[in-house]
Design a protein around this ligand. Structure first.
Ligand code: GLN
Length: 491
């Protein structure tokens, strides 16, 4: 049994080990993502629609693989072995990307996709194992963990964004690799402190030879390596991703509905409510993830990065801002919700979801207003860029952490883990759609170097994102009463 600190004086010490492992992993993950699109269009000379399609496919697969990695951990590996193996694959992927050769690009990304599937859902589940079901520290434990994610993301975006854009793309990727290995070392050494938590559910089956003296464990590791060439092939035929993502989406939806209709009515309605909100979250990520896509190129071309006579590196700024706002605003929301709650005014989950869309929409409206203002120079001010992200991140904090907790509250106990996978899968579809929306902002070759001419390509779609997001927010609020009825006793 892990000796736990008394409930009032802090968290189990293992939380901080997981915090640092995830912090460095996210450093590398977001550090590399900061460079991806700009590297493809400026260095590899992909045309922009292809760049967006590859980015969308990469990010979609990154968030699809947790479905598989989660199931493998639940059934066979346990969380710890899964995190360790995922971390090894991700380290290999980042190091491969650092190799300045053409072949390295798709192979490196495929390793990261596969590794993330084992790493990401299972390190979150490990956090969950540190607390009993109704430990009052549970939610704040997850908030601290979310903070670690964003400290890593902010530092990674800043440093890799700077090194990649200003010095050398492959040094940027390599820097990400070094920090991924640091995260892996933190976990490899620290995991022993978890004692019996996160061990394989049935070690005997795992070690038993399955075929030709090879154990199930080795089969899982080797089998997952086979996915890597499939992913590489998919990058070469990325038009197939449409069928794969929408097919998987339809199958997941059908499967959840099938489960829902076997439940008694209260549980079924709760699952329906969760499903409606998960579907909306897909649209949220489709808009939000312009950050790592179109807004990277927008920041490079159309945001005035001059401060006091020096020009700030655009990729670093654009990828530092969102997680930095998360860190700052987390404190505000940690105060706001309980304060409203004490007055009986805390919004319900559907209302928070609705609010998240309206805030995101407002952020894009700020960007749009700035483009009208800056049409003549072709540049929007850095202040407007920072201010727009303020609203977008307020939106993120009304949906992302709230959604995680919503899933654990509304899903029937025996499918919580699967529904968690579905929650990340909603991000996957969102990321895929984000690539399609980004492609609408492709700037033709002959005007990329002329900010006055490139600005309208962004302004038009940015204004539409703002309007649609606010529209979806209003729709969600109108659905609020029905969703709250379905949620019964859950707020
Ligand atoms: N930014 C968060 C993370 O990296 C959430 C990502 C998501 O759910 N799409 O964990």
């Amino acid at each position: 049994e892990i000796p736990e600190a008394p409930a009032t004086t802090g968290h189990p010490k293992q939380l901080y080990m997981l915090f640092f492992a995830e912090m460095w992993e996210r450093f590398s993950f977001y550090g590399m993502k900061a460079l991806l699109l700009a590297y493809m269009v400026t260095e590899l000379k992909f045309d922009e629609p292809k760049g967006y399609a590859i980015l969308g496919s990469y990010a979609a697969l990154v968030y699809t693989m947790p479905l598989l990695g989660g199931v493998m951990a639940d059934k066979y590996l346990g969380y710890r072995k899964a995190v360790l193996y995922g971390g090894i694959l991700m380290s290999i992927g980042h190091l491969v990307l650092a190799v300045p050769e053409d072949w390295s690009f798709f192979i490196g990304m495929a390793f990261i996709i596969c590794g993330n599937g084992f790493f990401k859902p299972n390190i979150s589940s490990l956090v969950g194992t540190l607390y009993t079901e109704n430990d009052p520290r549970r939610d704040s434990g997850f908030s601290i963990f979310y903070m670690g994610i964003n400290i890593g993301a902010a530092l990674g975006g800043l440093l890799c964004g700077y090194v990649g854009q200003q010095i050398n793309w492959h040094y940027g990727f390599g820097l990400a690799g070094i920090f991924m290995i640091l995260g892996l070392i933190v976990f490899a050494i620290g995991r022993k402190s978890l004692k019996e938590k996160g061990l394989p559910p049935d070690p005997a089956t795992l070690n038993k030879p399955l075929f030709a003296g090879i154990s199930t464990e080795i089969f899982i590791y080797a089998g997952s390596l086979l996915i890597i060439p499939i992913i590489v092939a998919l990058f070469h035929r990325y038009e197939l991703m449409d069928i794969i993502m929408f097919g998987l989406g339809a199958i997941s939806l059908g499967y959840i509905l099938y489960i829902a209709f076997q439940l008694e009515s209260i549980a079924r309605n709760k699952l329906f409510a969760a499903l409606v909100m998960i579907i909306f979250s897909t649209l949220f990520w489709a808009f939000y993830e312009q950050n790592a896509g179109s807004l990277n190129l927008f920041a490079m071309r159309n945001v005035d990065m001059h401060v006091a006579g020096v020009e700030l590196p655009a990729l670093a700024v654009n990828n530092f801002l969102p997680p930095a706002w998360v860190i700052v605003l987390s404190f505000f929301f940690a105060w706001l919700w309980p304060a409203l709650n004490r007055k009986g005014l805390e919004p319900s989950t559907p209302l928070k979801f609705g609010l998240s869309f309206i805030l995101l929409g407002l952020g894009f409206c700020v960007f749009y207003a700035a483009t009208v203002w800056g049409a003549e120079s072709g540049h929007i001010s850095l202040a407007a860029f920072i201010f727009g992200y303020f609203f977008i991140i307020c939106g993120e904090l009304c949906i992302s952490p709230i959604g995680l907790s919503m899933v654990t509250k509304l899903a029937p106990a025996k499918i919580v883990a699967m529904m968690m996978g579905i929650w990340f899968f909603a991000s996957a579809i969102g990321e895929f759609l984000a690539g399609k929306i980004g492609a609408l902002m492709s700037v033709p070759e002959n005007v990329v170097d002329n900010p006055v001419l490139s600005l309208p390509y962004y302004a038009d779609i940015i204004s539409k994102i703002g309007i649609y997001a606010i529209g979806f927010g209003i729709l969600l609020m109108l659905l609020g009463p029905l969703l709250r009825k379905w949620m019964a006793d859950v707020r």
